[in-house]
Write a new protein. Structure first.
Length: 276
């Protein structure tokens, strides 16, 4: 992913090179172009010399610092690269690519808390760049802000609906958010009906029906007015062919949620099964 990102950043620079280089005196424009050519050719030493020459000779521009930062980052000199991206951002606060690669450098240096605000700014400046959202999601995940991970992968799936990897990561993020929410719920009130409901749902996913039924029953006793609990019990009882128990619970669910399609369908199934 990092190599793809760097390639994308180089492309951003090359595409804008003709316009930005016009801001330099003719002699420096030529030297800058030599640096870009060397960068594209993979000659890091020549590219670094060219960009440093431009800076020394009065070409203190954001895009020059940015290109030098790319050379240094590709060479694994992350702290030096970060300094160049930060210099580019100071000179031109709206220059998105520098913010993006500064954030990547901070992540590579294992400084995710610092990377978060930098990448949040990069996303605002480059809202259509998928890689910016991916990196911000990574930063959020490292600092434990799972709701942020969910938000970024929701945006990414909207931007690229056929990308299976984005859909997979969104699913993982939703699962972690659910687990995190459950832990918070248990911490706030471990004896609440919702806590029992959440625990029962987890047991049901694991196929532990007896424990799931116990927790749903406990939740129903603690708060019999909660929707979905009676339906969940009815579904469990029906799976065990306990039709009388299932019928009782589905009627309780329909008393609370008379428009529930799932409850109505289950009632029809139960009536067919119990009919002589």
């Amino acid at each position: 992913m990092r190599l793809v990102l760097l390639a994308a950043a180089v492309l951003l620079v090359v595409l804008s090179c003709a316009a930005t280089a016009q801001d330099l005196p003719p002699a420096l424009t030529s030297r800058f172009s030599e640096g870009v050519a060397a960068l594209k050719a993979g000659d890091a030493a020549a590219a670094e010399r060219a960009f440093r020459d431009v800076l020394r000779q009065g070409g203190d521009r954001a895009f020059v610092h940015h290109n030098l930062g790319i050379v240094l980052q590709q060479g694994g000199r992350l702290r030096d690269a970060l300094a160049e991206f930060q210099a580019a951002s100071r000179l031109e606060p709206s220059y998105g690519p520098a913010r993006l690669l500064a954030g990547v450098s901070l992540l590579a240096l294992n400084r995710p808390a610092e990377a978060v605000p930098v990448l949040e700014r990069a996303v605002k400046l480059l809202p259509d760049e998928e890689i910016a959202h991916v990196q911000l999601a990574d930063a959020y995940e490292r600092v434990g802000r799972i709701e942020g991970v969910v938000d970024e992968y929701r945006r990414l799936t909207a931007m690229s609906a056929r990308n299976d990897e984005y859909a997979y990561r969104l699913g993982k993020a939703y699962l972690r958010l659910a687990q995190q929410s459950y832990q918070r719920l248990r911490t706030v009130n471990p004896n609440s009906a919702r806590s029992s409901q959440a625990l029962a749902t987890e047991y049901a996913k694991q196929g532990r029906r007896d424990l799931a039924a116990q927790e749903f029953e406990r939740a129903a006793k603690l708060d019999p007015t909660l929707v979905e609990i009676h339906l969940a019990l009815a579904q469990l009882y029906a799976s065990e062919q306990r039709w009388d128990d299932a019928a009782r619970e589905v009627e309780r669910e329909l008393a609370l949620a008379p428009e529930s399609r799932d409850a109505l369908e289950l009632k029809t199934k139960i009536m067919k099964r119990s009919a002589p």
